[in-house]
Design a protein around this ligand. Structure first.
Ligand SMILES: C[S@@+](CC[C@H](N)C(=O)[O-])C[C@H]1O[C@@H](n2cnc3c(N)ncnc32)[C@H](O)[C@@H]1O
Length: 205
């Protein structure tokens, strides 16, 4: 069995089995369409699943409706959906993904895992629902561009969680030229060069 210490320590056996089913489905589908890089297939549990799961540290009962923006292969939204019950959380997850092919994959994945998740196959700026308690996103756009897209889409939120790679400093410096960003920054557990940003409010300068 594929092991991951962090995931195994926070989820039940049943949920871990579901995460492995998700992994298998993703790797199989990745032969048909490009969902994750071939080089990350070997380390998918750490690189994608554990990375997504660490966001649960920043989720509590106030996070009721969560929108995952640019969900792609389902990260972090589907991982969060699968593990929420083990953490006594009961939020609703919605996914926003503009690629039709990836939305077909996401729907088939949800059917396979027997989970009920709303999938918006559209540019996030055009989705009908405009109000969420929480926005999450991973490997989507630079921070400043992300904030512009949310503004253009008139999407309201209480909190944003962003998983950011090595370019986080440059991105934040650039974004802070146009936005006053009230946020807390945490080390990523999967990569010492990455960060998790918890944004509590933003204001255009
Ligand atoms: C690099 S992928 C990241 C996927 C996933 N979050 C992950 O961590 O693996 C970015 C995804 O965002 C989607 N995307 C780009 N612009 C978008 C938009 N304006 N609205 C919704 N989805 C968008 C792309 O189709 C792509 O699947």
């Amino acid at each position: 069995m594929i092991r991951n210490k962090y995931l195994e320590s926070i989820v039940s056996r049943e949920t871990y089995k579901n995460l492995l089913k998700y992994r298998e489905f993703l790797l199989e589908y990745n032969r048909k369409i490009n969902l994750i890089s071939k080089s990350s297939e070997e380390i998918v549990m750490n690189r994608h699943f554990e990375d997504s799961a660490q966001l649960m540290k920043f989720i509590d009962k106030n996070d009721k409706n969560i929108l995952d923006i640019g969900s792609g292969a389902g990260f972090p939204g589907i991982v969060m959906e699968l593990i929420k019950k083990d953490l006594n959380l009961d939020f609703k997850i919605e996914l926003s993904e503009k690629s039709i092919k990836k939305c077909t994959y996401l729907q088939e994945l949800c059917d396979y895992l027997k989970i009920d998740v709303v999938i918006h196959n559209d540019d996030v700026r055009k989705i009908k629902r405009k109000s969420f308690t929480t926005l999450v996103s991973r490997a989507f756009k630079p921070i400043g561009t992300f904030l512009e897209i949310i503004e253009q889409g008139k999407i309201s939120f209480n909190k944003i969680l962003l998983l950011k790679g090595e370019s986080y400093k440059k991105e934040m410096n650039q974004a802070e030229k146009h936005w006053e960003i009230n946020c807390d920054t945490y080390d990523s557990i999967t990569n010492p060069a990455s960060k998790v940003f918890v944004i509590n409010s933003v204001k255009r300068i």
